[in-house]
Ligand binder design. Structure first.
Ligand code: GCU
Length: 421
């Protein structure tokens, strides 16, 4: 430990909400390799991108889980005339071994019934259970237990996300009419997300978080600082959703979109950074540990993250909590850059905890990578007002909004506009 660098947060649960107290920091140039060489060509960028992914694997999100040896997919039902006849709805059970090791993930697919050609799938993991996204009694309720909002994964939640009064409104009929398919699964089926204050020993983060798909990856070596994390596992699951989409001829995976809200927005970003098959990435309200700069140390910070969510980040990340501005040797703009030249829209949330101004600054810092690759960077402009969408460019975009925390109709509409340009 470098004792010359002061510990700025002896009280680890304290968050800074005073912008005048943001300490000076420097951001690494995304277009400079660790050894100082400059990136000047797309081929060199791909090498730098691998270098960046290596940094995040070793220092923050843990090693990327291996692709599964087996992918057993069973279509459990299909309704050819769902949603008033406009949609085909199907459900799939995905397993990773014949004996059920690694658990199972239920994917819900809703796609337009009358599409002349394959449609782009929107992939996302959900909190509430697939059944919350359609008022349809055949949609399976996930069984995997988790303390996060347990009221969600119950019968009463069925169809609630289609209610426009819901904080996270899901305009599924409109998405289908606009020519998208949606493919979603509940994140708890992948790996449960225990609450930081879970009282029962068996359900505590250090025990329970590493169940589900983690059973595929053997016993964890606790001496390592870069073990696979829950965020890594959820991102891995999104790639498995894409594996499924590739087997469905009515879907055009070359135009696939990945989204998700909050911790599942961080997940969507990590998935797209790692898996280049995602053509467009739209992380929604992801904040710290996702799109916002950690060195700014404003709102949620490395200390609160690594203490509240021990399973989201690998042990190595903890060493930066004492003084992120001075200790970190990378920041989240590099993760955004790892999506380039594919398209990225950061949807921010105007709450100090989520420090969306830091997301805007991360987009600005990542923008030269799109430009080098012949794409359009972030449009010029100061930090915008809530609901101002003028910084949504062709390939890279940013906006933020007020009101409740959740993937709202406003956000889906921006996703549609961005992807249809
Ligand atoms: C907490 C957490 C955030 C996360 C959010 C969520 O607020 O601190 O990092 O994004 O939960 O997932 O809802």
């Amino acid at each position: 430990m470098d004792t010359k660098i002061p510990d700025i947060r002896p009280n680890y649960f304290e968050a800074n909400y005073d912008k005048t107290k943001i300490a000076p920091y420097t951001l690494e140039d995304p277009l400079t390799f660790l050894d100082g060489r400059k990136v000047t060509t797309p081929a060199e960028w791909e090498l730098r991108r691998q270098e960046i992914l290596g940094i995040f694997a070793g220092e923050m999100y843990g090693q990327e889980p291996p692709a599964p040896e087996q992918l057993l997919i069973e279509k459990i039902e299909e309704k050819p005339d769902a949603m008033g006849g406009f949609a085909v709805r199907a459900q799939y059970r995905m397993r990773f071994s014949p004996d059920g090791k690694g658990g199972e993930i239920h994917w819900l697919l809703v796609r337009p019934r009358y599409a002349a050609k394959p449609v782009p799938p929107i992939l996302f993991l959900n909190f509430a259970g697939n059944h919350a996204y359609l008022p349809d009694e055949e949609v399976v309720i996930p069984e995997m237990w988790s303390h996060r909002l347990p009221s969600h994964r119950v019968e009463e939640a069925r169809g609630t996300r289609c209610d426009p009064n819901s904080v996270g409104h899901f305009p599924v009929a409109l998405l289908i009419a606009a020519g998208y398919a949606v493919l979603t699964a509940c994140y708890c089926e992948v790996s449960p997300d225990p609450h930081p204050n879970e009282p029962e020993e068996q359900f505590k983060q250090q025990n329970f978080a590493y169940t589900g798909v983690f059973d595929l990856w053997g016993k964890r070596d606790e001496s390592r600082t870069d073990n696979i994390t829950a965020l890594g596992a959820w991102a891995w699951a999104l790639s498995r959703g894409l594996d499924l989409a590739e087997r469905i001829p009515e879907l055009d995976v070359s135009r696939s979109i990945v989204t998700g809200c909050s911790r599942l927005g961080k997940t969507a970003l990590l998935a797209a950074a790692r898996d280049t098959r995602f053509a467009v990435c739209v992380p929604n309200q992801c904040g710290a540990g996702g799109a916002t700069l950690a060195k700014r140390d404003y709102g949620e910070n490395v200390a609160t993250e690594t203490r509240m969510f021990t399973h989201w980040f690998c042990k190595a990340y903890k060493k930066y909590e004492r003084n992120p501005a001075q200790l970190l040797t990378f920041d989240q703009h590099l993760l955004l850059a790892a999506v380039a030249p594919r398209r990225l829209l950061i949807e921010g949330y105007d709450s100090p905890w989520f420090d969306t101004e830091g997301e805007y600054l991360a987009c600005k810092a990542a923008s030269p990578v799109w430009e080098l690759l012949g794409k359009k960077g972030l449009p010029e402009g100061p930090f915008p007002e809530d609901f101002d969408t003028s910084l949504i460019g062709e390939d890279l975009g940013y906006y933020h909004r007020a009101e409740d925390h959740g993937l709202a109709a406003f956000d889906w509409w921006q996703l549609m506009r961005f992807t249809q340009r």
